[in-house]
Ligand binder design. Structure first.
Ligand SMILES: NC(=O)C1=CN([C@@H]2O[C@H](COP(=O)(O)OP(=O)(O)OC[C@H]3O[C@@H](n4cnc5c(N)ncnc54)[C@H](OP(=O)(O)O)[C@@H]3O)[C@@H](O)[C@H]2O)C=CC1
Ligand SMILES: O=C(O)C1=N[C@H](C(=O)O)C[C@H](O)C1
Length: 252
């Protein structure tokens, strides 16, 4: 392919577990060119000097806002997998984007297609069951709990139940060792497991009279995130402003 037609891609967190998988995937794609990589201690302005068009960020919740501010101010599109985005952070990113029209930012809590579908299926199922709880299971090197995916899943479930007029999940607990019932995310209990040997997994358990439904997704390998990320890289220049979640890119 003509070099001028290839999208010029940069990766932030390039030496990390997911960053490495994304660099490999970009290098293997004929229509993309990996022009700059940045990790801890490297100068972020190499993205400007190299003419990077789209940066993929898989770093850490503590640093991702500074990274994004730099990218948006420099008119560089961003595809962000790093977690830690609440409504306040999303509002801040939107403000930055208002001052940089034409720049696109995609923030997705999970780029694995199966995880995106799990979130959608959970949202659809939520109103039909009295009870719902989320269990997320990850490798022990993960910094944040609950996971970004579980946080988003619980939010979508809570919204769907509120819209349908479904009340809180029944729970008679009156005495509790702190943490035993998990975190409360918008009224949905979320339990976080950290276990050597795991990568990224999530179950949504739903129950009502005489039946339960379990929806589960497993990422066995970090290559599972690459197709969704590359889709974002290819599309983001046509989507100025903030996009949250991969759903619109999959026509979901
Ligand atoms: N949305 C999704 O689909 C997915 C999201 N994630 C999220 O992505 C993030 C990264 O995950 P993972 O790859 O497992 O983490 P890692 O710790 O393996 O990788 C993060 C990398 O970023 C580097 N880093 C830290 N600060 C900076 C900085 N300021 N500039 C450049 N690089 C920096 C780290 O360096 P050092 O180690 O030296 O600090 C490390 O090499 C997490 O928030 C995780 O939850 C993960 C998987 C999928
Ligand atoms: O840290 C991880 O590994 C993952 N982080 C994301 C999250 O917090 O949801 C996505 C996936 O679960 C892997």
């Amino acid at each position: 392919m003509d070099d001028r037609a290839r999208v010029r891609v940069g990766v932030l967190g390039a030496n990390g577990k997911v960053g490495k998988a994304i660099c490999d995937a970009v290098n293997a794609a004929a229509d993309l060119e990996l022009v700059a990589t940045v990790d801890q201690g490297d100068a972020i302005d190499s993205f400007v000097n190299s003419g990077t068009e789209v940066v993929v960020d898989f770093t850490h919740p503590d640093v991702v806002m500074d990274n994004l501010k730099f990218l948006v101010e420099n008119g560089i599109h961003a595809v962000v997998g790093t977690t830690g985005f609440d409504d306040a952070r999303l509002a801040t990113v939107t403000e930055w984007l208002d001052a940089s029209p034409g720049t696109g930012v995609l923030i997705a809590p999970n780029f694995a297609i199966g995880a995106v579908l799990l979130m959608r299926f959970s949202e659809q199922a939520a109103r039909f069951f009295d009870s719902v709880e989320v269990i997320e299971l990850h490798h022990p090197n993960k910094a944040d709990a609950p996971s970004g995916t579980a946080y988003r899943t619980a939010g979508l479930i809570a919204e769907a139940r509120a819209k349908a007029g479904v009340g809180k999940s029944p729970d008679a607990t009156t005495t509790e060792l702190e943490g035993a019932r998990g975190a409360d995310v918008d009224g949905v209990r979320v339990h976080s497991i950290r276990l050597a040997g795991l990568v990224a997994h999530q179950e949504v358990l739903l129950g009502t009279q005489g039946e339960t439904l379990t929806i589960r997704h497993d990422s066995m390998d970090r290559t599972s995130f690459a197709p969704g990320v590359l889709l974002g890289v290819r599309e983001i220049s046509t989507r100025p402003g903030l996009t949250v979640g991969l759903d619109p890119l999959l026509d979901l």
